[in-house]
Design a protein around this ligand. Structure first.
Ligand SMILES: Nc1nc2c(ncn2[C@@H]2O[C@H](COP(=O)(O)OP(=O)(O)OP(=O)(O)O)[C@@H](O)[C@H]2O)c(=O)[nH]1
Ligand SMILES: [Mg+2]
Length: 395
């Protein structure tokens, strides 16, 4: 299974531009609202330091790529239609986007930090990006609350048969991929009893928000940071105590796209996400000057931000780790370091075996940590970038 990251935000913030930059697709971009209607899914990559050099080896990735010791591990990125205030009541493109969101594991909220688009995505000046940050969370919460309320109603109507409330709520909220046990955990963690009929409005709103945060963790990509207005807003918003709980990544989808295009054309050598690049061809003055401007920008902000936003979503927010199937003897049946898999942060050696193949999991004997040559047991929780050979009766 591939993890899916959704790009969300109001219209005209640059979701499709960021999607194209990350996936090298060519979906329509435009300076008018609702350029995107149907969602697009593409392959993007997260960076991980390749393990092969530590073993004096060269990797042969079966999917993704490896550039100068940086492994690019595939994930799915989903470009979703813009959403406007009131979407959960059908405004703008209405509920369609909410259905598209269901399929995602985490979100990147793309915010136009330049303040040159209003809350509907129309051109303006001096719009405060904080409004957009608030509205998106509120809109998602309102949507979750609607569904939670439906679950509570169902529970009320079924009370005679005395079902567990969390089971009924889990059924109603199933599209969000949350189990009854997790719902119960959220309720107790917020300090409530598992008695939906007694929850006042406050409790319902708090729970809807808590469930939303758990099932749709989010990173904010502060986009259009190549503009002076965005840089001013950045300085103000990232020091605003009301917003310090959020994770912001400064980004320029334009810069990332320009660099990748120039790399494809052979004009530069650029490893996606890096904070510098090398010019490798004779270029017209104008193009060279444009690239130098981008160089200054990525130098200042530590990269164009597209890669970083994806990686924060995958590694920090979802808490995934990358694990390499290894060979303790150094005899590779199919080529060295072909694969690198993303697994949940708490995945054990046995779960890794099951991830490789259910038969390998069924016959699991033990793992070998290829760096230390030590055995690892079924319940050992693996670390990020572990290199593990699985020994199984079914190989
Ligand atoms: N300056 C600047 N402009 C950008 C950047 N990214 C996107 N834009 C511009 O913002 C406008 C909207 O871009 P889109 O990618 O179509 O925005 P969207 O969020 O997909 O919009 P909808 O599909 O309508 O929801 C376009 O004119 C882009 O060129 C960026 O990094 N910097
Ligand atoms: Mg779009």
């Amino acid at each position: 299974m591939s993890y899916r990251i959704g790009l969300v935000g109001k219209p005209s913030v640059g979701k499709s531009t960021l999607f194209n930059a990350a996936t090298m697709n060519d979906v329509p971009e435009g300076a008018f609202p609702f350029t995107t209607i149907d969602p697009s899914i593409g392959e993007a990559y997260v960076r991980t330091e390749c393990a092969a050099p530590e073993f004096d080896n060269t990797c042969e990735p079966s999917v993704g790529d490896c550039k100068e010791g940086t492994r690019f591990v595939p994930i799915k990125l989903v470009d979703i239609a813009g959403l406007v205030p009131g979407a959960h009541e059908g405004k703008g493109l209405g509920n369609q986007f909410l259905t598209d969101l269901n399929e995602t594991d985490a979100l990147i909220h793309v915010v136009d930090f330049s303040g040159t688009t209003d809350s509907e995505g129309e051109t303006t000046e001096g719009h405060d990006p904080r409004e957009d940050i608030d509205f998106l969370e509120d809109e998602l919460d309102a949507w979750y609350l609607d569904i939670l309320e439906k679950g509570i109603e169902r529970y009320e109507s079924k009370q005679l048969s005395d079902p567990d409330p969390e089971d009924i709520l889990a059924e109603q909220l199933s599209a969000f991929g949350i189990s009854a046990a997790e719902i119960k955990q959220v309720i107790l963690a917020e300090g409530y009893e598992v008695t939906p009929t007694e929850w006042e409005t406050d409790a319902r709103e708090t729970l809807a928000r808590a469930i939303r945060k758990r099932t749709k963790p989010m990173v904010i990509a502060a986009n259009k940071m190549d503009t002076p207005e965005a840089q001013e807003n950045w300085a103000e918003i990232t020091t605003d105590p009301d917003y310090e709980h959020l994770s912001f990544v400064p980004a320029s989808a334009h810069a990332e796209k320009a660099l990748k295009n120039a790399d494809e054309q052979g004009a530069i050598e650029y490893v996606p996400g890096d904070d510098d690049f090398e010019i490798t061809a004779e270029l017209p003055d104008e193009k060279a000057a444009g690239l130098e401007q981008i160089r200054t920008f990525i130098g200042e902000f530590g990269g164009a931000g597209v890669q970083r936003a994806l990686e924060e979503a995958v590694f920090d927010v979802l808490g995934l780790k990358a694990v390499f199937p290894g060979s303790a003897s150094g005899n590779w049946s199919e080529g060295p370091f072909r694969d690198c898999f993303l697994l949940p942060g708490d995945a054990t050696a046995e779960e890794f075996a099951y991830h490789l193949h259910s038969d390998i999991g069924d016959g699991f004997l033990h793992g070998i940590d290829c760096r230390t040559d030590r055995q690892v047991g079924a319940d050992t929780v693996l670390d990020h970038r572990d290199v593990v050979e699985v020994i199984s009766t079914n190989q």
